[in-house]
Write a protein that binds this ligand. Structure first.
Ligand code: DGJ
Length: 592
């Protein structure tokens, strides 16, 4: 033993002493997060990286062969990353025996297709419930206890809730051991190649059908004091707490200690039944409009958030001890008709309890929204408070949202769900991913600074005004455009195609563009479907001319002009149109 240890120590010494191969250098390219201005970026192989992704449906990667036709589909739609579930049941079919076949197979295929992977650890919880743990866990009720809910459970679904409790060390340790084994294996097979860039830990955790766990263990904890770590966190972060939480704490007297209900107000009585649709009785229409984003029965949701966070912190710590790459948790969102905890998973990483998660799970890097709601921007706003980086692991295929996420909210990644589905990936999304991939070095250089933003415009929207650099830009919707040259200001645009010959109209484009100020009089615009006008916001001549307008592409990061725009293409120098899926470099001048 002693000799082995000496040999190992010697080898380690030689390894670190090899010229040009220090331990620091061997880990330098490992995926990690780094700050740039007020943004956080993902670095892979030492370089910032935008995840242009899609998430596979839950069980798409439970066998390798059926995955074969999926890879070309992803590649041809310009994805650079795919989010792939790993089922605990398949990974550890017998306790302590791990099966790496699927993980290895997926990594190999991703490499063949030059793609990256984010693995989703479907451990104890998936969509609140516990359908992915192995059989040996599911059948052992004694060792791995379930939650209990009150008699006043939400009425959406009846029957028992098959949901592992957060309050079991045995459950936590079993999950953490399996996750650590997964991370150790990923390090072994991918520690130098970095195909795997990030991990999702569990999936949409939280209690369903009631506001909290009401098992005897949970009731005892709920009746006890709020842990000192949480109270200390609230006090030391008082100035920056998320307002929804700060208000709840303040309205209960900003106490420094006490039980959960003393500190955060009353929980829901066990017998009170809440309908799944919150527009019904308990919340009137007006209250519903205004208050659904708040905490309802705050102590219950906060209690659950703390317990999930503490559980997941252990899982993440074990995983990171094996291989330290960025890790996030994703949340099934609270929404207007599902505003009460339990109608969405209570205790998940909702914006109103982000502070609780930060306090309980400091090793989780990102709290991420599964963002299917129509008010995309407002969810992005709420999820980027206090420096939380934006990663959207699940969403729809709306391409304008991708532009807004990266350009306005400094997103790390965007990932429509069910990308392997029967329907083709929409061409709008594929074209937008191609555009984003071209312009990503510039987007990455400007994230976190005040030199970049993004706008979206729908048909019928009034023009938007954006102050950026030395000019205020006015952006007006034009949609897919007609290929007719825009006319000088004041003249109408005649249709050149007789209406009988016109093809059936395409649905109106949702216009969106990333706007980047690259110099005192220079901009890059990427996206399209809008007209852009300029007004100076610095002293000097007030008229603005289009000095040099180039349409082009970034090839290997270098700007290549494909068309010089003047004459008919910019209404004789008077109107700048950004057509869909294009990149323009525009240099302005001013005259009296
Ligand atoms: C959200 C979940 O996180 C996904 O795994 C999947 O179940 C979708 N819902 C289905 O819409």
């Amino acid at each position: 033993m002693r000799i082995d240890a000496m040999i190992l120590a010697g080898l380690a010494f030689c390894f670190t002493c090899l010229p040009g191969l220090s331990r620091a250098q061997t880990t330098a390219g490992v995926p990690h997060l780094a700050k740039q201005g007020n943004a956080t970026q993902l670095l892979v192989d030492g370089k910032p990286f935008l995840i242009l992704s899609g998430e596979l449906s839950n069980n798409a990667a439970t066998a390798l062969e059926p995955m074969e036709p999926i890879w070309p589909k992803l590649v041809s739609s310009n994805l650079n990353t795919v989010l792939v579930g790993v089922s605990w049941a398949q990974f550890e079919p017998e306790e302590g025996k791990f099966n790496y076949t699927l993980v290895d197979g997926v990594i190999a295929k991703a490499r063949e297709n030059r793609m990256h992977i984010v693995f989703l650890w479907f451990g104890c919880w998936k969509n609140g419930t516990s359908s992915y743990p192995p059989y040996w866990v599911k059948k052992d009720y004694e060792r791995f206890p379930r939650i209990q809910i009150g008699e006043g459970k939400t009425v959406s679904i009846s029957g028992p809730v098959e949901l592992l409790s957060t309050l079991s060390e045995a459950t936590r340790d079993a999950d953490a051991r399996a996750f650590a084994a997964l991370m150790a294996h990923i390090k072994e097979v991918d520690g130098t190649q970095h195909t795997v860039v990030m991990m999702q830990v569990e999936n949409e955790v939280g209690v369903l059908r009631d506001t909290r766990d009401r098992s005897p263990a949970a009731n005892a904890a709920f009746a006890g004091p709020v842990p000192a770590e949480l109270m200390n966190y609230l006090q030391s972060h008082r100035a920056t707490l998320i307002p929804e939480l700060r208000d709840v704490w303040a309205s209960n007297g900003s106490r420094k200690s006490g039980t959960w209900e003393q500190v955060f107000g009353p929980g829901k009585p066990a017998s009170l039944e809440i309908p799944i649709q919150t527009t019904a009785s308990l919340l009137g229409p007006l209250e519903h409009e205004n208050s659904w984003q708040k905490l309802h029965w705050a102590s219950d949701e906060i209690f659950m958030a703390w317990n999930y966070a503490r559980f997941l912190e252990k899982v993440v710590q074990s995983g990171k001890a094996a291989y330290n790459i960025p890790m996030y948790v994703n949340g099934w969102l609270q929404q207007p008709n599902h505003a009460w905890p339990g109608t969405y998973p209570s205790g998940g990483p909702m914006p109103q309890v982000h502070d609780i998660w930060r306090a309980g799970a400091p090793d989780i890097d990102i709290l991420a929204p599964d963002l299917y709601l129509e008010y995309f921007d407002s969810v992005c706003e709420r999820f980027t408070r206090n420096g939380n980086p934006l990663f959207i692991p699940e969403t729809s295929t709306n391409a304008a949202n991708a532009i807004v996420a990266f350009g306005k909210y400094n997103a790390i990644g965007f990932s429509p769900f069910g990308i392997d589905g029967n329907r083709p990936i929409p061409p709008d999304l594929a074209a937008t991913y191609s555009l984003l991939s071209e312009i990503s070095p510039m987007v990455l250089a400007h994230q976190g600074k005040d030199t970049m933003t993004a706008v979206r415009l729908n048909q019928g929207d009034s023009p938007k005004h954006v102050k950026l650099g030395n000019y205020t830009l006015t952006l007006t919707y034009i949609g897919r455009n007609t290929h007719i040259a825009p006319q000088p200001k004041g003249e109408s645009v005649p249709s050149q195609v007789p209406s009988a010959l016109q093809a059936a109209p395409e649905p109106p484009l949702e216009a969106a563009a990333i706007l980047i100020s690259t110099g005192p009089d220079e901009y890059y615009f990427a996206g399209g479907g809008m007209r852009i006008d300029f007004a100076p916001n610095t002293p000097g001549p007030q008229n603005v001319g289009l000095g040099d307008v180039q349409q082009g592409n970034f090839v290997d990061g270098k700007w290549v002009v494909t068309r010089q725009i003047a004459g008919d293409d910019d209404a004789q120098g008077e109107i700048l149109i950004l057509r869909p899926y294009t990149i323009l470099r525009v240099t302005l001048y001013r005259f009296p």
